[in-house]
Design a protein around this ligand. Structure first.
Ligand SMILES: Cc1cn([C@H]2C[C@H](O)[C@@H](COP(=O)(O)OP(=O)(O)O[C@H]3O[C@@H](C)C(=O)[C@@H](O)[C@H]3O)O2)c(=O)[nH]c1=O
Length: 189
């Protein structure tokens, strides 16, 4: 196993936590954010095509739950570089044993962990502090025509956000709740 950049499976198959080894000295610290070969060895092809960041100034704000439909379905590696957040993944793969289940965990500038969001998952987060700086490695180009999302307050999914939800964008807060006809993200493998 690569000790500098190690993968821990999450309860939703195909999703991982990355634990980043921190090299600290009198100047500060260094850590590896991406490691193509380690990811490939774990069966994850996450070669980034875009690198994005967002800054969220207000605690409690939720961004999400976002995905891209095939053929623009993407793997994302999500990092927090300032502040603290509650990161949430929802499994939307129709044939998955954990279809419509969610996983959430805290990431922070000090956790030195990041999460791998596989294709076929929705992703979002809640800021648990002010001034949350988030950085994404995206395996696919941004494709607004293939963008999809779930309402973060969808009662079927029932994400337990740690704080009262504030600050939803019109796009995120305006999404209809899913019903029994929702068939997820049909991935062609
Ligand atoms: C996601 C994205 C947005 N944009 C533009 C569209 C819009 O005008 C502006 C803000 O977009 P959004 O409102 O979608 O930003 P935001 O809600 O922060 O979107 C992000 O949310 C989290 C949860 C994710 O998982 C990310 O992949 C991404 O979808 O930036 C791009 O140009 N490229 C991109 O890749």
């Amino acid at each position: 196993m690569n000790q500098d950049f190690s993968l821990e499976p999450l309860p939703l198959a195909g999703a991982f936590r990355i634990r980043h080894k921190v090299f600290a000295d009198q100047r500060g610290m260094f850590k590896r954010i991406g490691c193509h070969q380690t990811l490939l060895d774990a069966g994850v092809d996450a070669q980034p095509r875009q690198v994005n960041c967002s800054m969220t100034p207000v605690k409690g704000t939720v961004r999400g739950m976002h995905y891209q439909m095939p053929p623009a379905a993407e793997v994302k590696i999500v990092n927090c570089f300032h502040g603290e957040l509650f990161d949430v993944l929802i499994d939307l793969r129709p044939n998955s044993a954990t279809f419509l289940q969610w996983h959430g965990e805290r990431l922070s500038a000090d956790s030195h962990t990041s999460l791998i969001v596989p294709k076929g998952f929705a992703h979002g987060f809640q800021a648990l502090s002010d001034n949350v700086l988030m950085m994404y490695l995206n395996s696919t180009d941004y494709s607004p025509d293939l963008e999809g999302g779930l309402n973060p307050l969808d009662p079927t999914i029932n994400v337990k956000w740690p704080l009262p939800v504030v600050g939803l964008s019109a796009k995120d807060g305006g999404r209809e709740f899913i019903d029994s006809h929702f068939d997820g993200i049909p991935l062609v493998t």
